[in-house]
Write a protein that binds this ligand. Structure first.
Ligand code: F6P
Length: 339
């Protein structure tokens, strides 16, 4: 068997661990693995080479992706799906292993005749079909470590520290790092915030408990309609708003309404860089093995994920409708702890 492999969308820690196991386990099962550069773009322009043991040696703990990545979506490009079918012939492939998030899986599902097994990755953890996506727990750990650091400097200066984390439509990084770091206020996209109520809580914490506080805000958090105006975000190549900056706005409002000295930290792409935590290395390894097994069994068109202690598969066509969002009841924990 010959399998193509690519990484699409935003990078994250753990991608190399997945590439490594697909190559190593693939070789063990008699599979040749062809690596495509920069996601689907490399399939369209023929940037590919067979991956050797040497190519993947030592990459397990490395962040990023040795294959490069892009947000290229063949289904949105005229003639794109035909070029993908052509590439299957040119490289004599039986199919692809595609490591990506919602956008990459969406464009893959839009080419149903292309044989693919999907592996979920995104620090946002918003992709359906899995309890966790590769990269999420590393990003959550980086954000938690950052909140710990902000806590000590907040305490020294009696300040409100606003920490903006990633999370476009799902607040998994925000809620996880906020709870793990003991934040006083957590603002996530699933739960619109009222800045007046946020400030009331901060005032109460400062008068009853301690004169400093930590506020975690997901980049995709939105205010209750009519309470605050968000900026117009520029759009990226696929028409998604390029988020970032809400932390500054929230910090300014908190300062205006509480008169507390306020600082803002935007973690940004630091959350996507560097070495994966053990969980992501193991997750990537398990999903890589499962993806090769699926391909060898000829079961195409599914995403492999984890459900509880086991592996589960979900048709790629259903992934878009199953986005993983933070359930409302998860907000009760911060409400109780921080209220
Ligand atoms: O990978 C998802 C994500 O981290 C989002 O949270 C964020 O909005 C986006 O990527 C930023 O991606 P980029 O700057 O690479 O376009």
């Amino acid at each position: 068997m010959r399998l193509g492999i690519l990484t699409g969308g935003g990078d994250c820690p753990g991608l190399n661990a997945a590439i490594r196991v697909v190559v190593r386990y693939g070789h063990h099962r008699g599979v040749t693995v062809v690596g495509f550069r920069d996601g689907w773009r490399g399939v369209l322009n023929g940037a590919a080479h067979e991956l050797t043991e040497e190519d993947v040696r030592g990459i397990l703990p490395r962040g990023g992706t040795i294959l490069g990545t892009s947000g290229t979506q063949p289904s949105l490009i005229e003639g794109g799906p035909d070029l993908v079918r052509e590439a299957i012939g040119v490289h004599a492939l039986d199919g692809f292993i595609v490591i990506g998030g919602e956008g990459t899986m969406g464009t893959t599902a839009a080419m149903p005749d292309v044989p693919v097994v999907g592996i979920p990755k995104t620090i946002d953890n918003d992709i359906g079909g899995t309890d966790a996506s590769i990269g999420f727990w590393t990003a959550a750990q980086i954000a938690t470590d950052s909140i710990d650091r902000l806590y000590s400097t907040a305490e020294s200066h009696n300040r409100v520290m606003v920490c903006e984390v990633m999370g476009r439509s799902a607040g998994w990084i925000g809620i996880t790092s906020g709870v793990a770091g003991g934040a006083d206020v957590i603002m996530i996209p699933e739960h619109p915030f009222d800045i007046e109520l946020v400030c009331r809580r901060i005032r109460r914490i400062h008068s009853e408990r301690r004169p400093f506080s930590i506020v975690v805000v997901s980049e995709g958090a939105t205010p209750v309609p009519g309470t605050m105006t968000l900026p117009e975000y520029a759009l990226d190549e696929n028409g998604w708003p390029r988020l970032g900056g809400i932390g500054r706005m929230v910090a300014d409002e908190i300062h205006r309404l509480t008169r507390s000295e306020t600082r803002v930290t935007t973690l940004g792409h630091v959350q996507r860089g560097g070495s994966p935590v053990a969980f992501d290395r193991v997750l990537a390894t398990r999903l890589g093995v499962a993806a090769v097994d699926e391909a060898l069994a000829g079961r195409w068109g599914n995403l492999v994920g984890i459900r509880g202690a086991g592996i589960a598969t979900t048709p790629l066509t259903e992934i878009g409708a199953q986005a993983s969002l933070v359930p409302e009841e998860r907000m009760q924990i911060p409400e109780i702890l921080c209220g």
